[in-house]
Design a protein. Structure first.
Length: 171
């Protein structure tokens, strides 16, 4: 079955929230796991969970290999949503007004909405020695925001392309 872009987006959302539901409590129950993440590369272990999630979702829904245009949409739509949330929250946070509180809550809510990306971003901040300096939020901060939004849908999509057993229908 050739799925619509909306079906692929829904499949990604389902897999994404399952991964977050697995990772968020794990990091609360086992804080030593959370404390061991000292670099963005070490935070990527949670991102790797998107590969099997994509494979499972494609097998359950019977997805065929998409066209290149559908593949780009499957990666770009969730990434645009994540980038909008991250950059929107960041812009509201740096606003000197009441909106900064909303931006703060938008960014911290990603722990429960996108735990792997949250840990990736937190690990990037952990590399900085002075979090009070605005120079801390330079190129590496924006690059990690970009990657935190791109990697989950990209890995999920690549997982959905992995070979899987073919179902045969018997009459």
């Amino acid at each position: 079955m050739t799925p619509s872009p909306a079906s692929r987006f829904g499949g990604f959302a389902a897999g994404h929230f399952v991964i977050t539901a697995l990772c968020a409590p794990l990091l609360l129950v086992l804080p030593q796991v959370f404390a061991s993440v000292s670099s963005p590369l070490q935070a990527l272990w949670m991102m790797v969970l998107y590969l099997p999630a994509g494979w499972i979702m494609a097998a359950l829904r019977g997805w065929n290999r998409p066209t290149p245009e559908a593949g780009i949409k499957a990666v770009l739509w969730p990434a645009l949503l994540a980038w909008g949330w991250a950059f929107g929250g960041w812009l509201l946070l740096v606003c000197p007004s009441l909106l900064s509180g909303i931006g703060f809550w938008m960014l911290t809510s990603t722990y429960f909405l996108a735990c792997p990306s949250f840990v990736f971003m937190l690990a990037t901040l952990g590399q900085s020695t002075d979090l009070t300096a605005w120079s801390t939020f330079g190129f590496s901060w924006y690059l990690s925001m970009f990657l935190a939004g791109l990697l989950p849908p990209l890995l999920f999509f690549l997982g959905s392309l992995l070979p899987r057993p073919v179902r045969t229908v018997r009459n």
